[in-house]
Design a protein around this ligand. Structure first.
Ligand code: ADP
Ligand code: MG
Length: 359
C-alpha cells in the first residue's frame, strides 16, 4: 500500500499544487486520479516516483517512509504525459531499454517487446525513431516502455489522452486486461469521467490540489460528497435545481421552481439557505404540463448520443439534462413538464451533500 500523509506541495511562493493530501492506494488496485487540468494529478505521480519532493508531509510504502529515497531506489515505472522518449533510439530500442537495464537476455527481451508492441498496435513501427511518429503513436510507445518491465507500481500519466476516440476505447480495454496480467498497483490519471469510471477499482477526484473524494466509481457516482464531485463524475453531469425546504409535519418538503414539490428531507432542513437538488439525467422524465406537481420547463437543445438522447432544458434560471429515448418526439422550443424521481434526488447545502436527501 502507498500512503500520502498530509502531503503538501508548493511551487515558488504562490502555486500550491497539493493541499495536505491524505490517501491510501491499496496494493494491486487500478487507482485513477481524476481531475481537470492543473488539479495536481501529475504532481501526485511525481511525488510517488520520487521525481518531486513534497514541501511537507510523508509518502509511505507499506507503512515505511520512502520520501527520502531517490527515484532509482523506488520500484516505480512511469509513463510521462510528455512521452520523454529517447529520440536517438528506435521504437523497438525504446521499448527494450528498461528490459536491458534490468539485465534481461536479448531474445527474451525481443519477445517481450514484440508482445507489448502487438498489444499496443505499434508492432509495425519498431524500426522508426520517435521523431517520425504521430502524437498518438509516441504516446503508445511511452506507455509500452512503462509497462514492459515488472515494477512495484505503475504510474501512468494520461497515457491514452492523445489517441483518437476509437483507439482510445480499444486501448482502455487492453490496459485493463494488461493491468490484471501485471498483477501490480497502477495509478492512472485522466481528465475523462468515462475513462475514470470504466477503469478504476477505486478513484480519487482532485481539484485545485485538494482531494475532493475517494472511493469506488459506484460510490462516487451514487453518493457524491459535494457539488464538484457530483458535476464532475458522470456524463452528462448532474444538474442542479435551487430548492427551499418547508416544514411539513415530521419532515421538510423540498419546493422548487413554480412551487412544485420535488421531494422530502429531514425536518431540521426546514428554512435552511443555500439548498439545491442534484439530479441525474435519468432521474427526470417529461410529462404533460398539466400533470400534478409537474415542473414547468422549456426544451433548449437535444444532444444525440446515438443509443439515447439528452435534452437540455431551462427551468427558471437553472438548466437540467434529461435523458430521452433515441426516438422521442420531444423537440427544441417545446414547453413541457418534468417529473422528478424523489428517491433519486441528491440534496446539497452550500454545495456539500446532505445525508438522506430526498428520501
Ligand atoms: P495536472 O497534472 O492535474 O494537470 P499538475 O500536477 O501538472 O496538474 O500541476 C498542478 C499545479 O502545479 C498547476 O497549477 C501547475 O501549473 C503547477 N506546476 C506543476 N509543475 C510545476 C513546476 N515544475 N513549477 C511550477 N509550477 C508547477
Ligand atoms: Mg498532468
Amino acid at each position: 500500500m502507498y500512503s500520502f500523509r498530509d502531503v503538501h506541495k508548493r511551487y515558488g511562493l504562490r502555486t500550491v499544487a497539493l493541499r495536505r493530501i491524505n490517501l491510501d492506494i491499496e496494493t494491486r488496485d487500478f487507482f485513477v486520479l481524476y481531475g481537470p487540468a492543473g488539479a495536481g494529478k501529475s504532481t501526485m505521480l511525481n511525488v510517488i516516483a520520487g521525481i518531486t519532493k513534497p514541501t511537507s508531509g510523508d509518502i509511505l510504502r507499506d507503512g515505511k517512509s520512502i520520501v527520502g529515497l531517490p527515484p532509482e531506489q523506488r520500484d516505480a515505472a512511469m509513463a510521462f504525459e510528455n512521452y520523454a522518449l529517447y529520440s536517438h533510439l528506435s521504437v523497438g530500442e525504446n521499448l527494450g531499454f528498461p528490459l536491458r537495464a534490468k539485465g534481461m537476455g536479448k531474445s527474451d527481451a525481443e519477445d517481450r517487446v514484440k508482445k507489448i508492441a502487438a498489444t499496443l498496435e505499434i508492432d509495425h513501427l519498431l524500426d522508426r525513431r520517435p521523431g517520425f511518429l504521430s502524437g498518438g503513436q509516441r504516446q503508445r510507445v511511452a506507455l509500452g516502455r512503462a509497462i514492459i518491465r515488472p515494477a512495484d507500481i505503475y504510474l501512468l500519466d494520461e497515457p491514452i489522452g492523445h489517441l483518437d476516440a476509437k483507439l482510445r476505447h480499444r486501448m482502455r480495454a487492453e490496459l485493463k486486461a494488461l493491468a490484471e496480467e501485471l498483477n501490480a498497483t497502477v495509478v492512472f490519471t485522466t481528465t475523462s469521467s468515462r475513462e475514470a469510471l470504466a477503469l478504476a477499482d477505486r478513484m480519487a477526484v482532485i481539484n485545485e490540489g485538494r482531494l475532493e473524494q475517494v472511493g469506488t466509481p459506484r460510490a462516487l457516482y451514487d453518493s457524491p460528497a459535494n457539488a464538484f464531485v457530483a458535476s464532475f463524475v458522470g456524463d452528462p453531469p448532474m444538474s442542479f435545481l435551487k430548492v427551499e425546504a418547508v416544514a411539513d409535519g415530521d419532515r421538510a418538503r423540498l419546493v422548487g421552481h413554480g412551487g412544485r414539490t420535488l421531494g422530502r428531507a429531514a425536518a431540521e432542513m426546514a428554512g435552511a439557505t443555500g439548498l439545491s437538488a442534484g439530479l441525474r439525467a435519468d432521474a427526470i422524465r417529461f410529462v404533460d404540463r398539466g400533470e400534478a406537481e409537474a415542473v414547468p420547463a422549456r426544451v433548449r437543445v437535444i444532444e444525440h448520443l446515438g443509443y439515447s438522447n439528452i435534452a437540455v432544458v431551462d427551468v427558471g434560471e437553472d438548466q437540467l439534462s434529461v435523458s430521452l429515448a433515441a426516438d422521442s418526439p420531444v423537440r427544441p422550443g417545446e414547453e413541457l413538464g418534468l417529473k422528478i424521481d424523489a428517491d433519486a434526488l441528491h440534496l446539497f447545502k452550500d454545495d456539500v451533500a446532505v445525508a438522506s436527501g430526498g428520501r
